[in-house]
Ligand binder design. Structure first.
Ligand code: B12
Ligand code: SF4
Ligand code: SF4
Length: 225
């Protein structure tokens, strides 16, 4: 593809994602140890940030198990067909595709002390929904390191905000302690507004999920435990 054909190809893709509340989250040239399907030359990541996905497409979720995953597949499979890409999803495992590793390559992000990738603009309020795998090599802008705000974050409030100290820099995330708390009356705050540790981060305040969206994800997390 020529550079201008690639530009219009990417713009066409973006134009199909935006009305759904999805965004193109960068891409990279696949290396043999990336875990991409054989023959993949370029991977593009699709995801969401802030309340946009919920506001645009939340009403299209159906009353079914894993409703967000099912919706994602319904909208992304046809996009993959149209653009000639194999679509991979972050769900459906184990084993899982290494979406966070791919995201680090695509956008130059790094892990926060919570395990979630921190984005300089979106903070902790973003996620990945699909990866598009192409056989052609596309020229993509290099993912310049996005900067790592956690290094200079005074007091790292995310690590002390959890009422049951489920996060620690040395021991990672104590999932059973978190889930047990969420099942109590005191867990209603996290269940209704989203993880308090995530909310304590000073970055990305304009992207904090709407309460309905946060509650949806917390319920899905707890159901899966
Ligand atoms: C299994 C899983 C979990 C497990 C265990 C996480 C763990 N200890 O590894 C559980 C159920 C606990 C979990 C919880 C959450 N998860 Co989760 N999870 C995954 C999943 C499906 C697979 C991870 C994996 O094993 N990958 C395989 C390895 C080989 O891939 P990798 O990229 O090389 O590995 C990375 C991860 O393991 C990560 N990691 C290590 N420890 C932890 C701890 C946590 C909490 C997380 C999120 C990641 C993480 O670091 C590795 C190197 O980068 C991914 C989707 C995916 N396919 O990646 C989402 C994913 C990592 N989760 C995500 C999210 C948002 C959450 C929640 C915040 C969901 C919520 N409630 O809203 C919660 C966090 C808890 C909370 N209190 O809110 C996002 C993170 C997005 C981002 N900004 O980085 C992902 C990418 C899903 C998505 N659709 O975007 N998750
Ligand atoms: S509170 Fe600070 S250390 Fe924690 S995720 Fe936010 S920027 Fe990083
Ligand atoms: S959801 Fe609540 S209990 Fe669970 S880790 Fe976050 S702050 Fe802690």
């Amino acid at each position: 593809m020529s550079d201008s054909a690639e530009d219009s190809f990417l713009q066409d893709l973006i134009d199909r994602l935006v009305p759904l509340g999805l965004i193109l989250r960068g891409g990279f040239q696949a290396e043999p140890d990336d875990g991409a399907p054989a023959g993949t030359a370029t991977m593009l990541l699709v995801g969401n940030a802030g309340p946009g996905l919920w506001r645009r497409s939340g009403g299209d979720l159906r009353d079914e198990a894993d409703a967000m995953d099912a919706w994602t597949q319904r909208v992304m499979d046809p996009i993959g067909d149209r653009f000639g890409a194999t679509v991979l999803y972050p769900f459906g495992g184990p084993p899982y595709h290494p979406f966070q590793r791919w995201a680090k390559r695509a956008e130059g992000l790094q892990s926060s002390p919570l395990g979630i990738l921190i984005h300089p603009e979106y903070g902790l309020w973003h996620a990945y929904r699909a990866a598009l795998c192409f056989g052609e090599t596309m020229s993509l802008p290099d993912a310049s390191p996005a900067g790592y705000p956690c290094d200079t974050c005074l007091g790292k409030p995310c690590l002390s905000a959890c009422p049951v100290a489920a996060f620690s820099e040395t021991d990672g995330y104590d999932v059973p302690a978190c889930a047990a708390h969420l099942r109590t009356e005191d867990g209603a705050d996290c269940m209704g507004m989203g993880c308090r540790a995530r909310r304590a981060c000073p970055l990305g305040h304009d992207f904090v999920y709407d309460p309905g969206q946060a509650a949806f994800h917390m319920q899905a997390f707890l159901r899966a435990r």
